[in-house]
Design a binder for this molecule. Structure first.
Ligand code: NAD
Length: 322
């Protein structure tokens, strides 16, 4: 079996596939390849499967370049970079790496929340800049978390994981909105499900986004909805950048309509929306919420298992096509 991986990923997948006798070719770029570059690489051999990254734009033109491929296995939980409808039409299986590491992204979400509430990043910038002149009772006054409301939009694997940490670790109340009920979260954390995003935005002290990027979630957070949030509230996004209208977010932050925002993902990734990086009340991380040794190794194992299971047994694990 011949497998193409568009860029270097952690070792486990390569070892698992090569140990089974698979021929694995890895794209040698450091930056994300363009669609043209992916097509050029795929035309070189009759690959049976392709392992893609969330930065790879995969559509009909790419499928045309490698008609022998039965599976496009995305090395990510999100798969909005792949035209899944087109893949389904052609009988190509698309898989993701959802697995036992949702807590990793949950932990990063909590790290972002704490960075805002305790002024960790702001304080670090200030101290490094040589501005610290001695203890000051008025310096960087943050916010306590116990008793505050953590509002989750999308209480799936990651949203629920972050909510449990906020509740068990910091005594936060949990509120959520989702198109499906999460009974386990309600039972374990006394989480309250609300019917509308508007209600959640009005009542939450921190709002955290955990929906997949879909037509229905594009710009879910827009100017009107931001205006409903408390002036003291924080917004956290570890889902996908386009879930927020970032131009509206910059305006809301500049006008102190909300207290702060922490983002791991960006609407025009890797470009950062004009004005965002200049604001002091934001924390920005470079899409690293799942970047731990444990999680990335797990993802690498899952992606290899997806390929092997489909090609050898015809069984699609983690399939995302309908
Ligand atoms: P999941 O499928 O378990 O949870 C998503 C939840 O969103 C589901 O409960 C679903 O019902 C809900 N939902 C869908 N549409 C909705 C809508 N319109 N309104 C309200 N709720 C809606 O997925 P997950 O594993 O929790 O991952 C969530 C997202 O996080 C992924 O799709 C991915 O884009 C992102 N992610 C980011 C990173 C990162 O590194 N920053 C890592 C992993 C995943």
């Amino acid at each position: 079996m011949k497998i193409y991986i568009t860029r270097q990923i952690p070792e486990p997948a390569l070892k698992i596939l090569r140990d089974r006798g698979y021929e694995v070719t890895v794209g040698d770029g450091i930056r994300p390849p363009t669609k043209k570059e992916i097509i050029k690489a795929l035309r070189k051999k009759q690959y049976d499967g392709v392992i893609t990254l969330l930065t790879d734009p995969i559509d009909g033109d790419v499928f045309d370049a490698v008609p022998s491929a039965k599976i496009f296995a995305n090395y990510a939980v999100g798969y909005n970079n792949i035209d899944v409808k087109e893949a389904t039409k052609r009988g190509i299986t698309v898989t993701n790496t959802a697995g036992n590491f949702s807590h990793t992204v949950g932990e990063h979400t909590i790290a972002l929340l704490l960075s805002l509430a305790s002024n960790v990043v702001r304080g670090d910038r200030f101290t490094r800049a040589g501005k610290y002149r001695g203890w000051d009772p008025m310096l960087f006054i943050g916010t306590d978390l116990p008793g505050k409301t953590f509002g989750i939009i999308g209480a799936g694997r990651i949203g629920a994981s972050a909510a449990k940490m906020a509740h068990r670790g910091f005594g936060m109340k949990v509120m959520y909105t989702d198109i499906v009920q999460n009974e386990e979260l309600e039972n374990e954390c006394g989480a309250r499900r609300v019917n509308t995003i508007e209600e959640l935005l009005k009542e939450s002290d921190a709002v955290s986004l955990h929906v997949p990027l879909l037509d229905s979630t594009h710009h879910l957070i827009n100017e009107k909805r931001l205006s409903l949030m408390k002036r003291t509230a924080y917004l956290i996004n570890t889902s996908r950048g386009q879930v927020i209208d970032e131009k509206a977010l910059v305006k809301a932050l500049k006008e102190d309509q909300i207290a702060g925002a922490a983002l791991d993902v960006y609407e025009f990734e890797p470009k950062i929306t004009r004005g965002l990086a200049r604001l002091q009340n934001v924390v920005l991380t470079p899409h690293i919420a799942s970047s731990t040794v444990e999680a990335r190794s797990e993802m690498s194992k899952i992606v290899a298992e997806n390929v092997i299971s489909l090609l050898e047994k015809g069984v699609a694990l983690n399939k995302v096509n309908n």
